[in-house]
Ligand binder design. Structure first.
Ligand code: SF4
Length: 497
């Protein structure tokens, strides 16, 4: 007998076609990155370890798991139950945690986020509806989240890491429609592949693994879709234009755009020419004192803090790259990367002070990120505080200048350094990097490299790849500022590494 699981109902609620494809054509799905689920599993393990008397329902077969759950519920010790199984009206669920209350049981859904999302509440509603339908006296339902104010004291003590948010009041409507959702999913499962056009729902709340399948065969979209307009205002404008049947930005009436950045993007797409106010960029950067230190951090923010004194999701710097440019254009490259697995913050702070010295502008691309890291280091190390705060005062930001004074049609609405670099300096490319070519890949590489089980060879390889990636980030900043902000058409620089 086949049942509908809570994940399948969640897929159905996102898109009936996704749900159908997952059941009938699973081979069409792209393979999901297993590291996506790692944080969830780790938080789930902490939630269980916080309840040492808990009993795990280990059976995988649904009927056996349901029988084992009945036994556990009837046990006189009323211990917490992990992975309890329930079946009701063709829907089969496993609940993360059941805890005994005075007159029944509390259901806890464990999540690795720090706030409750709508889809999580729908998930809980499916479980509550199924468990109650199967006869369980549920008195309360909570989402058990990571409390981002928790500070890890060390020695594996994670008591207090998780906090409960009661969601009973949010369940009312969802509980009344579970039955009809389950029935509709059953009808869809038994029918033909549903017709459904791709749209915003394909990425909300999760990226659909069938996007490749659904997009295959569609006529190519316009070269400059209206959706490239950046930011919330740009997305609203794009929706407005699409409602009028305009999908290519170049076909929009110019007077329909008001914001200065949207007009710049529009003009660049229409003409095929880059917009570049060199004079304004040169004037804005003229006061950036030499030596200029181009700085970029790589950080990791695990849901479960690894090092004493850190909080969940706190950005911990494990690497930085810094290109220091003298007034004559000469460059020197410095970097810090700690793959020892110990708390990298002290080493990072000391190396930073040694590299940045006490004079010159510190150039960033999105200043709040670098400032946040430096301020957190200053708060952590009282003896380094004055020096670090002085560095924070010297920070300047190239990103707002690019936003205000440069746009190339190739950027496709993005001002990220990875979008700007190929347009401005085509000879430098992130595409040439091996394995580590964005911030997420850098985090993955770092976590793999500090795993005690990794081989020395692999750690060395990861060290090289992380260094190459972070180095390119700051070299890209040097070249962007040199190319876009110099008063003359171009600059040359010498490079020592
Ligand atoms: S890509 Fe979009 S339309 Fe296609 S199955 Fe997934 S969610 Fe549905």
């Amino acid at each position: 007998m086949t049942y509908l699981s809570k994940s399948q109902l969640a897929e159905f609620e996102q898109c009936e076609k996704r749900f159908w494809l997952a059941r009938h054509r699973p081979e069409l799905a792209t393979v999901e990155d297993p590291t996506v689920f790692a944080a969830g599993h780790a938080v789930g393990a902490v939630a269980r370890s916080n309840l040492p008397t808990g009993r795990l329902i280990e059976e995988r077969d649904p009927q056996a798991a349901i029988a084992a759950t009945s036994e556990a519920l009837a046990a006189p010790d009323r211990a917490p139950i992990f992975e309890a199984a329930f079946l009701h009206a063709g829907v089969y669920v496993r609940t993360d945690i059941l805890e005994p209350t005075a007159d029944g049981w509390r259901l806890a859904e464990v999540k690795s986020s720090s706030s409750v999302k709508h889809y999580q509440v729908a998930d809980v509603a499916t479980q509550v509806w199924t468990a109650r339908g199967a006869g369980l006296p549920l008195t309360e339902a909570v989402v058990r989240l990571v409390d981002n104010s928790f500070v890890y004291a060390g020695a594996g003590d994670y008591r207090g890491l998780l906090k409960d948010v009661v969601v009973d009041d949010k369940l009312t409507t969802l509980l009344t429609d579970r039955e009809s959702v389950a029935r509709a999913a059953g009808v869809t499962a038994a029918g033909e592949e549903p017709a459904k056009a791709v749209g915003d729902h394909c990425a909300d709340p999760f990226a659909c693994p069938f996007t490749g399948h659904c997009r295959a065969g569609l006529p190519p979209g316009p070269d400059f879709p209206v959706t490239l307009l950046p930011g919330r205002a740009g997305k609203a404008k794009a929706a407005e234009l699409m409602a009028q049947g305009i999908t290519d930005l170049r076909h929009a009436p110019r007077e329909s755009l008001v914001a200065a950045n949207e007009l710049r993007i529009y003009d660049a797409c229409k003409s095929g020419e880059a917009f570049h106010d060199r004079e304004a960029m040169a004037a804005a950067t003229a006061a950036w004192a030499y030596p200029r230190s181009f700085l970029d951090f790589e950080t990791v923010g695990p849901a479960i803090p690894r090092w004493a004194g850190t909080r969940p999701f706190q950005a911990i710097p494990f690497q930085f790259s810094c290109h220091v440019q003298g007034a004559d254009g000469a460059l020197a490259h410095h970097c810090f990367l700690d793959l020892s697995g110990v708390d990298p913050r002290r080493g990072c702070a000391e190396a930073l002070l040694a590299v940045l010295g006490d004079r010159g502008a510190i150039v960033t691309y999105n200043l709040p990120t670098e400032r946040g890291v430096i301020i957190a280091l200053a708060e952590q190390f009282a003896d380094l505080r004055a020096g670090l705060l002085a560095c924070a005062e010297r920070l300047v930001d190239a990103l707002p200048l690019v936003r205000a004074h440069y746009y190339h049609p190739q950027m496709m609405g993005s001002y990220s350094i990875k979008a700007v670099l190929p347009a401005v300096v085509p000879t430098l490319s992130y595409g040439d990097l091996d394995e580590v070519n964005d911030g997420l890949a850098a985090q993955r590489a770092y976590l793999e490299a500090i795993d005690p089980g990794v081989t020395e060879d692999r750690r060395r390889t990861l060290h090289e790849r992380l260094t190459a990636y972070c180095r390119l980030d700051t070299l890209a900043m040097v070249e962007l500022v040199g190319t876009l902000c110099a008063p003359q058409a171009s600059t040359s620089s010498t490079h020592t590494s």
